[in-house]
Design a binder for this molecule. Structure first.
Ligand SMILES: Nc1ncnc2c1ncn2[C@@H]1O[C@H](COP(=O)(O)OP(=O)(O)OP(=O)(O)O)[C@@H](O)[C@H]1O
Ligand SMILES: [Mg+2]
Length: 452
């Protein structure tokens, strides 16, 4: 075994130190140093070790399109950028119980139907548990080989012998390399394992899926390092106790990132939701104050989501501001803009904003919908049911243009919406759409006129 030494890596800035300290001298963060064990003189555990040969001019590198195979679950194929890419390493992360193993088994079954062989390496569940889940999901196949093993060197040997088309490792935190003297799930084990799995994927041209747990901080254990090493990172969003699950590509070397797949968790597994608008605005009635609808863009799709707000008199000295599904700090900014630019004072009120359905909206185009939901709740006046609100709000209270306005409006029209509050600057470039009336807004205070 190679000689090993202890190092301390900062999980905030990645700086390496030779001794433990309470505060990282590089970035000044406290309690961020994580013990790591490296093998002195050992092979680097990274994808680099699989790429050999002398440097060649880029123009002479053979180019060939990625060989893709669809798995047949459309929502998953889309998130992967159009299907599975041979020789790729895909990480699928999410909270406990969200459905990582479920989607892997369902995918394995779909792939087996098209004649592929799948090796399911389960370090967490026994074969019996897997069989029981597969029966519940109607996904039992003789082409899915179950292997209960955690030692990576053994797993690699089996992969070399069986030559499966797809390998699923459930999970990265449960496997270990016998070359490293550290427990499974530790930073050094995860790094070594990911390196070895990358070598397997590229070397044997196999698609390798790796399941990873998200830690309390929302990271996959092994601070972001794992995400850098793999080709594609998919995250499950949504509440594990809720019904809907959103699978988001946060990184994809073979397709667009930001693409999402929407699923509903049922007793027989994850069912695809092809029309997300229909579920995200499902509870929107239009006769309750504190609700607005916006058209968002995720990857290549546009769909409607409901933004809810509750404004109530505070009983605290510091009023509470809670944002679920949209940016928390942006909420404070929008409340300050409402106060300064539109004269709506909420400093004595608690404000809660929630994007219905458990989806996270990261784009600023949601600003206007958030502000309209807050104003609707504060004034206790519902917005007209057929209205969508789309627009980013600047610090001066001005409405800023958003991208893809036309496809947002088309989606609103498709879902039966008849009017849209949009930034005036957007309308100069957007062709009018029959069936939907656009109300141009330049300033946030003008948007509030709709309540008068
Ligand atoms: N018998 C059942 N009937 C209906 N739904 C079930 C049943 N058993 C499990 N589920 C659903 O499946 C989910 C568990 O899914 P799964 O085991 O795939 O999650 P996971 O992300 O792999 O979890 P972990 O991180 O613990 O491995 C549960 O939260 C529940 O919603
Ligand atoms: Mg699982």
């Amino acid at each position: 075994m190679a000689k090993q030494k202890r190092i301390y890596r900062c999980s905030s800035c990645s700086q390496i130190h030779t001794q433990w300290m309470g505060k990282c001298p590089q970035c000044g963060e406290w309690n961020t140093l994580i013990e790591d064990i490296v093998s002195a003189g050992a092979r680097p555990s990274s994808p680099e070790r699989v790429r050999k040969g002398a440097p060649v001019p880029l123009s002479e590198v053979a180019s060939s399109p990625f060989a893709r195979r669809k798995c047949g679950i459309e929502e998953l194929d889309r998130v992967l950028g159009g299907g599975l890419v041979e020789g790729s390493l895909v990480l699928i992360g999410g909270d406990p119980g969200i459905g990582k193993s479920t989607i892997m088994i369902q995918m394995a079954y779909h792939l087996s139907l098209s004649g592929m062989r799948i090796l399911y390496v389960s370090g967490e569940e026994s074969g019996v548990q897997l069989r029981m889940r597969s029966e519940r999901l109607g996904a039992v196949s003789e082409d899915i080989l179950v292997y209960s093993e955690v030692v990576l060197e053994e797993i690699r040997e089996q992969i070399a012998a069986i030559r499966p088309d797809v390998v699923i490792i459930d999970s990265i935190q449960s496997v270990l390399s016998s070359q490293i003297d550290a427990p499974p799930g530790s930073v050094s084990q995860i790094r070594e394992s990911a390196g070895m799995l990358m070598e397997i994927a590229k070397g044997m041209n196999t698609v390798v899926f790796v399941v990873g747990h998200v830690t309390k901080e929302g990271w996959i254990a092994g601070p972001k390092m794992l995400e850098h090493m793999v080709d594609t990172v998919l995250y499950f969003e949504g509440d594990a106790s809720g019904v809907y699950r959103i699978l988001r590509a946060v990184k994809n070397r073979f397709g667009t990132s930001g693409e999402i797949g929407v699923f509903e968790m049922k007793s027989n597994g994850l069912e695809e939701v092809h029309d997300p608008s229909s579920i995200f605005i499902n509870g929107h009635s239009g006769d309750v104050s504190g609700s607005s609808v916006m058209a968002t863009i995720e990857g290549s799709r546009s769909f409607l989501v409901e933004v809810q707000a509750l404004v109530s008199r505070t009983s605290y000295s510091m009023p509470r501001r809670i944002s679920i599904g949209s940016d928390q700090s942006r909420l404070s900014v929008l409340l300050a803009v409402l106060e300064k630019r539109a004269g709506m004072f909420l400093s004595n009120s608690d404000v809660v904003v929630n994007v219905a359905g458990g989806i996270k909206i990261n784009e600023p185009a949601v600003d206007l919908a958030v502000v309209m939901a807050i104003a609707s709740s504060a004034l206790d006046r519902p917005l007209d049911r057929g209205t969508v609100c789309i627009g980013e709000i600047g610090l001066g209270g001005e409405l800023r243009p958003v991208i893809h306005m036309e496809s947002r409006l088309k989606e609103a029209l498709r879902m039966g919406f008849t009017q849209a509050l949009v930034p005036a600057s957007n309308l100069e470039k957007t062709a009018p759409l029959n069936g939907i009336r656009t109300i141009a807004v330049s300033q946030v205070r003008d948007a509030l006129d709709i309540f008068s």
